[in-house]
Design a protein around this ligand. Structure first.
Ligand SMILES: O=P(O)(O)OC[C@H]1O[C@H](OP(=O)(O)OP(=O)(O)O)[C@H](O)[C@@H]1O
Ligand SMILES: O=c1cc[nH]c(=O)[nH]1
Ligand SMILES: [Mg+2]
Length: 209
């Protein structure tokens, strides 16, 4: 089964509680999503490959490890995943960015693809798929499948809030990926929204309804 890491840091917990609050407005919500992505990215990118480069210090020349940033891709699931990109790029500014456009049908809750553009060569990169919400797991699982179809191999999935149903599905469909979850919530409601969740992440990030 996939490796799942559930975050256990007070800063992340605190910021997720602020996100959940229905009185948190668009501006603050956006900032929080970016900050949480950065804090979670610190953990998720723990095994990012480094390469030794020659550095001249004021004292002498040495070989010192640096992130091979060109070998990384962050792939947000549109739209809500876009809110997490800047937090990851703050950590790895040279990462390439791919996009996968998916929306969930409001009736069936099935994901529908409307866009896919990934950086080449995708097979050589560490790929971090980001989406704040993992509800039924349909969108996350579909996004990972697309990336695999395009040749992606080393794939990590990062979400801020997951429902047990979605986490189980993603693990079952993709036992080879690593999954990072900010907080695991109780369940889905009859509209496949996460409880207690935070509502519609995309609408809250972009101020739509
Ligand atoms: O696990 P699932 O049941 O597939 O639900 C999660 C998906 O739903 C939301 O996107 P949405 O369809 O609302 O699109 P948006 O980001 O454009 O708002 C969310 O950002 C995930 O992509
Ligand atoms: O709770 C949910 C479920 C799907 N998408 C969201 O944005 N929120
Ligand atoms: Mg949405």
């Amino acid at each position: 089964m996939s490796n799942v890491t559930i975050m256990n840091h007070p800063l992340i917990k605190h910021k997720i509680s602020m996100l959940r609050n229905e009185n948190t407005g668009t501006n603050e919500f956006r900032t929080l999503v970016e900050e949480i992505a950065m804090l979670m990215g610190y953990e998720a990118l723990r095994d990012l490959p480094t390469e030794d480069v020659e550095i001249k210090t004021p004292i002498e020349t040495c070989k010192s490890p640096m992130i091979a940033g060109k070998k990384m891709a962050v792939v947000p699931i549109l739209r809500a995943g876009l809110g997490m990109v800047s937090g990851i790029l703050a950590l790895v500014p040279s990462a390439k960015v791919g996009h996968i456009g998916l929306y969930r049908d409001p009736e069936t809750h099935e994901p529908h693809e409307y866009y896919c553009k990934l950086p080449d060569p995708i097979e050589q990169r560490t790929i971090l798929v980001v989406d704040p919400m993992l509800a039924t797991g349909g969108s996350g699982s579909e996004a990972v499948s697309f990336i695999k179809q395009h040749g992606g191999k080393n794939i990590k999935f990062m979400c801020i809030i997951a429902a047990p149903e979605g986490l189980e599905r993603l693990q079952k469909d993709h036992p080879d990926i690593q999954i990072y979850v900010g907080q695991l919530d109780r369940c889905l409601n009859e509209n496949a929204y996460i409880c207690p969740g935070l509502g519609d992440a995309g609408d809250r990030i972009f101020g739509t309804k």
